[in-house]
Design a protein around this ligand. Sequence first.
Ligand code: SAH
Ligand code: SF4
Length: 384
Amino acid sequence: MTAAAPDLAAPPPAAGAQPLNLFGFDRARLREEFARLGEAAYRADQAMLWIYRRGVADFAQMSNLSRSLRERLAERFVIAPPPMVAERISADGTRKWLLNVGGAARGPAAIETVYIPERGRGTLCISSQAGCAMDCSFCATGAQGFARNLSAAEIVAQVWFAARALGADFQNEKLISNVVFMGMGEPLANYANVLAALRILLDDFGFGLSKRRVTVSTSGLVPYIDRLREDCDTALAVSLHAPDDALRDELVPINRKYPLAELMAACRRYVESKPRKAHVLFEYVMLDGVNDRPEQARALARLLAGLPAKVNLIPFNPFPHTRYRRSPPEAIERFAEILRGKDILTTVRRTRGDDISAACGQLAGQIVSRQSKRLGEIPVKGVA
Ligand code: SAH
Ligand code: SF4
């Protein structure tokens, strides 16, 4: 790629213009911006390495870029994660950050990013929307309603922020070895921004994560599962929660639009397009007396027959005013054993971060919802 002529291409920014946030610019887009400044493509690559591999947010520190370029970048761009509202650290090492993505015009909106350390690895759980419009009946985020989609910059910034907050060695790949879109929001309902963010997470000049270490979790937006397969086939998790349409219609309302037969067909297409050994991870929240009976485990095994699948049983995490209870441990174990008896690899999710409301479904950030009918019922935990 040749650089554009500097004098034609890059007028100084207009007085009062808001600087653009460089988070969210994938490599192609950043190279375009640099070309407009009359700079070669590899200069954009160098800037990306500073940002994502070294954790540098200040252009002045990018010592292999010329002083004049650093100044022009600083006039036009910022590298800024959303401000942190609160941090909570659980007794088990789980950390939760509440980030303010609100603006005066939109009203306050906070999202949660959760870090779960495990031996030899660390998983970062990121949000894709402030709130969620899917209205799953057992989910605290769903109960708050939907505020807005996050931009690609706001999605990428969560990983950058966490890497910085976690410590000294930004490049330590074991610190954040996995990223999962299992925070607030339905990622496939914010497809364009999630895809742009994925490109940066996977780029060698970005966070350099491999596809199997990045998981997109969806409640089942079938057309977008197909698009993801074509655009960026990361690992896929599907929030199943019921083995039949009648119950799933109730728990996961998007099922009324994309029923199980269509969802399972999309899952099949997804794994078939990937190299061997790929599987879909099915999440299944364990709700006492609702979806945890042995015959439901057998029905689930029939539904998954022949599909490369893993099942992750999630003990329900209660939140105020919910009508559900967590299944007792014996019911969860019996359910898991039935699935294992049918050769389905089944794990039970260890509940993490309970004491800081960071467990699945407890991500109740501070959101001014435009749509929630139940606004105000969810106390905002973790906000100072
Ligand atoms: N919206 C996406 C990803 C975020 S939710 C999705 O639904 O897949 C991450 C996981 O937590 C999903 O499987 C979701 O169904 C589950 N979950 C939601 N509320 C929960 C709760 N109260 N207890 C346990 N798991 C819950
Ligand atoms: Fe949204 Fe997922 Fe919660 Fe359903 S479970 S309301 S899709 S965040």
